[in-house]
Design a protein around this ligand. Structure first.
Ligand code: KG4
Ligand code: ZN
Length: 340
């Protein structure tokens, strides 16, 4: 009997559904939300409402595109947290209803573990190879920045994390200062390619061990721009690419420095990246360079699977299904959720 897992992701501003069959991805769909564009960030109430509008058609299309019928689904996996409570609630309620109606098991999934599990998504047309355990994953998203020791599909522990802002937050807050729409990370990446990364220097914080800190960088960036704008109101306009490139280089250096330290401390040379910021071309280049120098076996997700998606929820659900790790119907979404 084939195991078909329906995955549902609704932790932030994307409503996504995917189907995985025996570990192979059959479909993965995302409905983004345009409603937040004018607000410079995600507005939780608007996000939940948009999830409610999107979830039925997105799930319906994911099942159709997978070429199966709803009655062939073996279990439904959904993001339990961390994330916005109202948004998580929509996915959780839908998943419970679906599981009840089809009389199939329900599987709650940790969004952060799922980001790391993208490395186990297999596609029929390109099977690829998986990282062997243990490996180290630099998980960089909009809300989290962590170095994670991955011992098994579902066994992970945090080696270091940010003590304030996440790397994605630093990109987005500085992007806002530069006038980019939310989220600014991808825009900075694009513009940075034409800029000089040495144009502006930012001091890096001194954090202990394997921890990160990004809030000082955001403040330094804000002060630089504010002071220069007083002298020359066209400062941003004239220096946009250089500002983006210098900022990106600083963030990337901070990330790769700690990643290198983690590899050295643990003597593990299998290194993975995950989370939205792992789509960043500067980070990917720097990780490749470090991998060549340090002899790492490097795993980077396709950019579509770096940012939020449901394929990662479905593949995590598949591995939980193999271990019969099902959830009861009394399971509730959690805005904060530790690793299992
Ligand atoms: O993992 P993700 O999609 O959602 C969360 O779980 O937070 O990450 C979103 C974050 C945002 O901060 C976004 O600006 C950032 O990932 N991001 C990027 C790039 N693409 C997405 N940051 C830098 N460069 C990119 N190309
Ligand atoms: Zn995410």
């Amino acid at each position: 009997m084939m195991i078909n897992i329906l995955g549902i992701e609704s932790s932030c501003d994307d409503t996504a559904a995917a189907v995985v069959q025996d570990g192979f991805l059959l479909s993965s769909l995302i409905a983004g939300q345009q409603v937040h564009k004018d607000y410079g960030g995600v507005v939780p109430e608007l996000a939940s409402r948009a999830h409610q509008q999107n979830i039925v058609p997105v799930v319906d299309q994911a099942i159709k595109k997978a070429g199966i019928s709803a009655k062939n689904i073996s279990a439904v996996a959904f993001t339990r947290g961390p994330g916005l409570l109202g948004s998580l609630m929509v996915g959780t309620s839908f998943a419970k209803g679906f599981a009840l109606a089809m009389d199939i098991p329900l599987i709650g999934v940790n969004h952060l573990q799922a980001h790391i599990m993208v490395h186990f998504i297999r596609k029929k047309e390109q099977p690829g190879s998986f990282p062997r355990f243990p490996f180290i994953c630099l998980l960089v998203s909009g809300g989290h920045t962590q170095l994670v020791m991955v011992k098994d599909h579902l066994k992970m522990n945090i080696l270091g994390h940010t003590i304030d802002d996440a790397a994605g937050e630093a990109f987005d807050k500085c992007g806002k200062i530069l006038g980019f729409p939310y989220p600014g990370g991808g825009h900075i990446d694009r513009i940075a390619r034409q800029g000089n990364q040495q144009a502006f220097a930012f001091t890096k914080p001194k954090t202990e061990g394997l921890d990160f800190s990004f809030s000082g960088l955001k403040t330094a960036f804000l002060y630089l721009v504010r002071d220069e704008m007083k002298k020359d109101p066209s400062f941003i306009q004239r220096n946009l690419a250089d500002l983006a490139a210098s900022l990106q280089k600083t963030i990337v250096d901070m990330l790769v420095e700690r990643l290198t330290r983690a590899a050295e401390q643990t003597r593990i040379q299998r290194i993975a990246l995950a989370g939205g910021v792992s789509a960043n071309s500067g980070l990917r280049e720097a990780a490749k360079k470090a991998a060549r120098q340090k002899n790492w076996e490097l795993f980077m997700p396709e950019t579509d699977f770096a940012t939020d998606n449901a394929a990662m929820i479905a593949i995590t659900g598949y591995h939980k299904h193999l271990k019969k790790q099902f959830s009861g119907h009394d399971i509730s979404p959690q805005a904060r959720l530790p690793y299992e």
